[in-house]
Design a protein around this ligand. Structure first.
Ligand code: UDP
Length: 419
């Protein structure tokens, strides 16, 4: 068999796929990049993932799996820096990457990498594909009370959208937002929903899972993610107070770390809120859990809550669903695709604590409904294997490069069409 020759340069300037997701800047994007690169390599398309070096002791090149390398590029201080300071380091990042190319395709993740990709596209003469993961204008509209996203980010997004050969959107909603708010060319947008590892995220024994993490048998609500007000952690805590009026023994676990890293503020703020509301006894904070252990945590939960202000997709909701745990989520973005209201969980239109408490109590007080919702959640999650995400992305690659490995990889997905 001939050796694969097609190579993708994956750019992930601000966070490494090797980082533990769930704190700092590491979240769904890290999981996404890891899973997609692994799936592509399985089908003969190699990836080099370039990220900014944040530790002087890490090696230049880490072989993440066969056909997938993570390359740490020196650009600025060799330690984590706040996201707002990263734009001025992009130039040095580009200089560090140039010598490794050219590649057949550049796939940039998040706007910062998009900016780097736009320059590398010109230098190497290579097509540029971009996944934004979040968009500044969408975030601003979703939470008008929060400080607006930096103007440099908005300008950067506009420029990247203009020069990218292809843009990958996770949902039709984001496709429409790209067109409406950024005047993106509809023909260049490909929709490819993210996925979940359906071998690992599977249903199991809830009581055993609860014991494993030291929870009592009481009804358990779980929040998983980076601790940010944008994610609605404060809504989850305040909802607990309302919930305990309807389900007195309900407990809440908040799993994740402060974001930005080292900010230290959000968890402390939440503790104070819980104390003020008199629910500290029913609330437990947990450090980020490794991706391998998360299925068991989702299985421990009677319901997973995702009160985000906006969510480009929302991997946590999908992973919980795959484990048979109903999800109560804000009716926004990708969460509308993952959760079917009344079928696999509940979508909350009014993003406030009483509305979330009401939806959570509906799940917790009706054991029959819980089995039904959980069963439907698993069935729905099975529409989202990572292999299908890879198909969508390869389709976009194939439209901009003639590299034969990509066509072969597309043919070799083994995924049946969406039912
Ligand atoms: N995650 C994790 N451990 C944690 C918390 C989160 O591995 O303790 C992972 C989680 O499994 C999911 C990702 O981080 O894959 C979060 O993705 P999501 O799309 O929900 O949110 P984002 O971080 O992209 O805003």
């Amino acid at each position: 068999m001939s050796q694969a020759t097609c190579r993708v340069a994956v750019l992930s300037v601000h966070t490494s796929p090797l980082e533990l997701a769930g704190s700092g800047d590491a979240g769904g994007m890290n999981v996404y990049i890891r899973e997609v690169a692994t799936e592509m390599a399985r089908r003969g398309v190699r990836s080099d993932i370039f990220t900014r070096r944040t530790d002087p002791d890490s090696p230049d090149i880490v072989e993440m799996s066969e056909g997938v390398r993570v390359i740490n590029i020196k650009a600025g201080p060799q330690r984590p820096v706040h996201k707002d300071l990263l734009p001025r380091l992009v130039r040095r990042f580009i200089e560090g990457v140039i010598g490794y190319g050219p590649y057949d395709v550049i796939h940039a993740h998040y706007w910062l990498s998009g900016v780097a990709g736009a320059t590398l596209k010109t230098i190497w003469g290579t097509p540029l594909v971009v996944s934004f993961h979040t968009l500044a204008r969408v975030k601003d509209i979703a939470s008008p009370g929060d400080p607006p996203e930096p103007i440099g980010r908005k300008r950067g997004e506009v420029r990247v959208i203009r020069v990218a050969d292809r843009i990958i959107a996770p949902t039709d909603t984001e496709r429409d937002q790209l067109i409406e708010y950024y005047d993106a060319d509809p023909d260049r947008i490909y929709v490819a929903p993210p996925g979940v590892d359906l071998d690992r995220f599977v249903p199991g024994d809830r009581a055993a899972a609860k014991r494993r993490f030291g929870f009592s048998d009481d009804p358990l609500v779980v929040f998983v993610g980076r601790l940010q007000s944008f994610k609605g952690t404060d809504i989850a805590v305040s909802a607990l107070r309302h919930l305990t009026r309807m389900v007195p023994d309900a407990q809440l676990a908040i799993v994740g770390g402060d974001s930005p890293r080292g900010a230290g503020g959000e968890r402390m703020r939440l503790r104070l809120t819980a104390r003020r509301l008199g629910v500290s006894e029913r609330l437990r904070f947990m450090e980020p859990v490794g991706h391998g252990e998360l299925p068991e945590l989702y299985r421990a939960a009677d319901v997973v809550v995702v009160p985000s202000a906006s969510e480009s997709f929302g991997l946590v909701a999908l992973e919980a669903s795959a484990c048979g745990t109903p999800v109560v989520a804000t009716a926004v973005g990708g969460l509308r695709v993952i959760v079917r209201d009344g079928e696999s969980g509940y979508l909350v239109e009014r993003r406030d604590p009483p509305s979330f408490a009401a939806a959570l109590s509906r799940v917790l007080t009706d054991p029959g409904a819980q089995t039904r919702l959980g069963g439907n959640a698993v069935r729905l999650a099975h529409r989202f294997p990572w292999a299908r995400t890879a198909d969508g992305i390869l389709d976009a690659y194939a439209s901009v490069t003639a590299c034969p490995d990509i066509k072969r990889a597309l043919a070799g997905s083994g995924v049946s069409p969406i039912l």
